[in-house]
Design a protein around this ligand. Structure first.
Ligand code: GDP
Length: 360
């Protein structure tokens, strides 16, 4: 296994994962289950809470996934899940040349199939060319389902009666058909050879944890095989990110919650941020991480850090952020001309505006 602590300038960053889907199909539950499993399986503190995101490291994934994952097959450090589910934020949270997330999980309720927000999510994924897998959720609701908590789905699928398996198959093939109607060739994930051309469907239950090991394994495998090059970054370089939220924070004024997908951001760095009326140039006053729960006393929920490397979720406190927009780009200037960086940010903003119009 690679040593993720060696610090050369070139590094493989963690792929950023977004969870999308129709309301009530189980986005929050799937995320909670992933986080919950990680807490149980991993050593204490093995998953790290970021601002707006949760990092699940490879060793925790391989513990959850058991025999499904051989950690020596991977050198990406794990997966960073964006905490705010929902495609509305996702639609605006896009950066030039791609999307905020590197990869997505589209959650579909097996009983409901495609619904309006599923359609919208599919459109966004298509337009942003974001690779995704489908989590066909709530398999435990098939009448007569015999659950095996947290089991890999193939084993639990085989252990159902013929009738139950038949009922589930019918629901799964409905979803596969709906994907194919929208131009995505799809199949149950264990039948998919090439995830670049086919969408893998993973039957899961966020309630019983069945299929969650598979979901993590497929995400990890997909990232490793098809995204490794895109994950090679110059970690020491000037940070690049996307604003998730603009928030008032007691003691700090207006702050930005940012997902950093490239480089490093440091205290005192000059940053350029997209604003509603004009581009903002300001200096980082504080970089804030969530304080571990065990350490929260009466003081701040946040912990000050000197610098942070991609991929990460971070809160940035700086003057003059009132006009900043969620979904806008954030770039660190470092040893470049401010004007050049301003132009880059303006170009990205123009792209976002065009996309929003197209969406109509
Ligand atoms: P979201 O709106 O997509 O984030 O959906 P939630 O995660 O809030 O889930 C909506 C409802 O479905 C909640 O009542 C969940 O408890 C329930 N739910 C989610 N996943 C499952 C599942 O796998 N099985 C069952 N039986 N219920 C589920």
């Amino acid at each position: 296994m690679s040593d993720s602590t060696t610090s050369t300038d070139a590094a493989l960053r963690t792929p950023i994962v977004a969870v999308l889907g129709h309301v009530d199909h189980g986005k929050t539950s799937v995320l909670d289950k992933v986080r919950g499993s990680a807490v149980i399986e991993g050593e204490a503190g093995a998953i790290t809470q970021h601002i707006g995101a949760t990092a699940v490291p490879l060793d925790v994934i391989s513990e959850i996934a058991g025999e499904l994952v051989d950690p020596t097959d991977f050198d990406l450090p794990g997966l960073l899940f964006i905490d705010t589910p929902g495609h509305h934020s996702f639609a605006t949270l896009r950066s030039r040349g791609g999307a905020l997330a590197d990869i997505a999980i589209l959650v579909v309720d097996v009983n409901d199939g495609f619904q309006p927000q599923t359609e919208e999510a599919i459109e966004i994924l298509k337009r942003s060319e974001t690779p995704f897998i489908v989590a066909a959720n709530k398999i435990d609701t098939v009448p007569g389902w015999n659950p095996t908590e947290d089991a890999p789905v193939q084993a639990t699928y085989e252990s159902q009666s013929d009738r139950v398996r038949g009922d589930l198959d019918e629901k799964l093939y409905e979803i596969i058909g709906q994907l194919s109607d929208r131009g995505f060739s799809a199949d149950l994930y264990w039948r998919v050879q090439n995830f670049q051309n086919n969408v893998g469907v993973v039957p899961v239950s966020a309630m019983t944890g069945e299929g969650i090991p598979d979901l993590l394994t497929v995400m990890m495998g997909l990232s490793q095989r098809y995204m490794k090059e895109a994950m090679e970054i110059d970690v020491a370089g000037p940070g690049v990110g996307t604003v998730l939220e603009v928030k008032e924070e007691k003691g700090f004024g207006t702050t930005l919650d940012v997902v950093l997908y490239d480089g490093t951001v440091k205290e005192d760095d000059t940053i350029v941020v997209g604003g509603a009326d004009s581009t903002i140039v300001t200096d980082v006053r504080a970089l804030l991480k969530p304080r571990p729960l065990s350490e929260i006393r009466t003081e701040s929920r946040f912990e000050d850090v000197d610098e942070l490397k991609a991929a990460a979720g971070i809160k940035i406190a700086a003057p003059e952020l009132d006009d900043a927009m969620s979904g806008a780009p954030m770039r660190v200037v470092r040893d470049r001309e401010i004007d050049d960086v301003v132009s880059e940010v303006e170009a990205e903003l123009a792209d976002i505006a065009v996309d929003t119009e197209e969406q109509g």
